[in-house]
Design a protein around this ligand. Sequence first.
Ligand code: MD6
Ligand code: FE
Length: 215
Amino acid sequence: MMDLFDAVEGEPRDIQLAPGAMLLAGFARPIETPLIESVNAIINRAPFRHLITPGDHRMSVAMTNCGRVGWVSDRTGYRYDAIDPDSGNPWPQMPAVFADLALRAAARAGFADFRPDACLINRYDPGAKLSLHQDKDELDFNAPIVSVSLGLVATFLFGGLNRSDKTARYRLVHGDVVAWGGPSRLAYHGVMPLADGEHPLLGAQRINLTFRKTR
Ligand code: MD6
Ligand code: FE
């Protein structure tokens, strides 16, 4: 596996994964505490749940959302919806600390003025994985996606525009941000089954935030 050194505190490093795909190592570390507090406030109102895919498969990753719309899946398909189907209420608002992080990270990666309207929050417990997929349920592929890793280390798979393209593996650690757009916007990607472990702030889990502009 490509070995990326862990972020040295206060020294973010930028690594290009492919044209349009940047890993900003350690970028979110300085605001880890408000990020985790915000996640906790969101899951209080919109708890994590295991969605069912159109193929009738229960996802191993538990999900929730904040923002104007949230990504949901059920037997009828995938969509962005303004209403949390579990509660019947709108999703919690996107906290300013989230929107500001997404804007700054995108700008650093070369995508100016990124104003996401959705933030999908994923929880990986040991063994949870995300199969190779494209993020293509958004209407605007000009905007990038910004992904923030918190908690346990994950192995991120990054391929090409065809499912059969060879994938590279990257180690994502707590505080890393991946910003992803332009020629990489529709690249296949996934997450390998999470290894067990104990993170000092988050315990035996990985939390991933992905920010999207859906329209
Ligand atoms: C994850 N991330 O890291 C899942 N999608 O847990 C994604 O599916 C993803 O990291 C698009 C762009 C960046 C990502
Ligand atoms: Fe994705």
